[in-house]
Design a protein around this ligand. Structure first.
Ligand SMILES: O=C(O)C(=O)C[C@]1(C(=O)O)C=C[C@@H](O)C=C1
Length: 363
């Protein structure tokens, strides 16, 4: 770095030169990806181009190699976009998400697949499942749990009726803002629109700042933002994407009660994902309704020292007062230790479905 020029003109010339080098290297990388695609289709005409385990490895490696000055997440985000563009060159990937446009789920889809993916909004979670199942899109993105409000039951229930598998996860920090339009009389806000989950995540802030305003629940944050455009006495609680989409202004930023408020989303698809080196597995298990059933189910995990990351109970679709358990744990189904546990659980359970093994969310 000792030959780095010090004057503005010299620095800009250096940047131009570096940009040319970066562009040449990105093009070379893209050529490589194109050759990867040819190799994949030569071996298998039905080849799958998107490889979640490889993408996770590429991003983790970049984060490990990086020594600044950009922080590792920032660097990984740049590579996320390069890979997204390379994948689009192999085959554009089509992703359905819980819409409408401007929702946090769209943000999660773009964070996971990058801006070169074609993303299509769906009106409901089961529609996302149906589109993937029908082959109209390659993957789907649905929310599964929020750190403040807990699990999204609709998503768990959709897995019970579906053969879809989980191919990945993405965690998004959720920041809510109070938004108004140019027409809003800010001192006269008497109605606030938002999704019920967002109201719940901002309850204390609303009680403190807008105790008198009517809270009107709507189907999504983006819908809340859309409604505000036409009413002078209304505001919306929504995120940045919705604010940008509808040209709204933030009156108050990051109004969520908990600063670590985040939502986990799942990537659903038709493929079994190989090991990436840092994976998670999701299963759904129905136990016979008898004393000690939950203990019997969990005991093998404890004995094989497998780390459970989540356990949810949902009413079973068959029979009153029967329950199924959704369990997430660290490890991949191809690891011998995990395979052994799954075999034992299979014997003890009335029914076991492996929803998928997939890379832990990287970004
Ligand atoms: O390694 C592959 O299989 C590729 O297709 C290349 C590549 C990449 O750009 O690095 C692109 C898309 C895949 O999802 C994973 C990685």
């Amino acid at each position: 770095m000792s030959d780095t020029p010090k004057d503005l003109e010299g620095l800009r010339q250096r940047i131009d030169q570096l940009d040319s080098d970066i562009m040449r290297l990105i093009s070379e990388r893209a050529e490589c990806a194109r050759s990867v695609a040819e190799t994949k289709t030569k071996d298998d005409p039905q080849a799958v181009f998107y490889r979640p385990e490889r993408e996770a490895q590429v991003l983790r490696r970049i984060m490990e190699l990086n020594d600044g000055p950009l922080d590792s997440e920032e660097m990984a985000r740049l590579f996320r976009e390069i890979m997204s563009a390379c994948l689009a060159l192999e085959q554009p990937v089509k992703v359905a998400y819980l819409g409408p446009e401007g929702t946090f789920t769209q943000q999660a889809a773009l964070k996971h697949f990058g801006e070169s993916a074609i993303s299509l909004p769906m009106a409901a979670i089961d529609e996302v499942f149906r589109e993937v199942e029908a082959g109209a899109v390659n993957y789907g993105v649905v929310p599964v749990e929020n750190s403040t409000e807990g699990v999204i039951n609709h998503t768990l229930d959709s897995f019970m009726d579906s053969s879809m598998r989980i191919c990945g996860e993405v965690v998004l920090r959720i920041h809510h803002h109070l938004l108004v339009s140019d027409n809003t009389r800010r001192d006269k806000v008497s109605r606030i629109y938002s999704h019920p989950q967002s109201f719940a995540q901002c309850r204390k802030w609303l009680d403190a700042h807008y105790p008198q305003a009517e809270r009107v629940p709507v189907s999504s944050n983006a819908e809340a933002a859309r409604l505000v455009k036409t009413e002078w006495h209304s505001a919306a609680i929504a995120g940045d994407m919705a604010a940008k989409l509808y040209g709204l202004t933030r009156v108050a930023e990051k109004i969520e009660d908990r600063p670590d408020n985040s939502t986990r989303f799942l990537i659903i698809g038709n493929q079994d994902v190989p090991m990436s080196g840092d994976d998670k597995t999701s299963i759904v298990v129905a136990m016979r309704n008898q004393p000690g059933a939950l203990h019997d189910l969990l005991e093998p995990f404890h004995r094989h020292q497998i780390d459970l990351t989540r356990l949810e109970t949902r009413p079973s679709r068959s029979g009153v007062w029967n329950y199924v358990f959704f369990i997430d744990f660290r490890g991949h189904r191809d690891e011998p230790r995990v395979a052994a546990v799954l075999e034992e659980v299979q014997v003890r359970a009335a029914e076991l479905k492996v929803l998928g093994s997939f890379p832990m969310g990287v970004l």
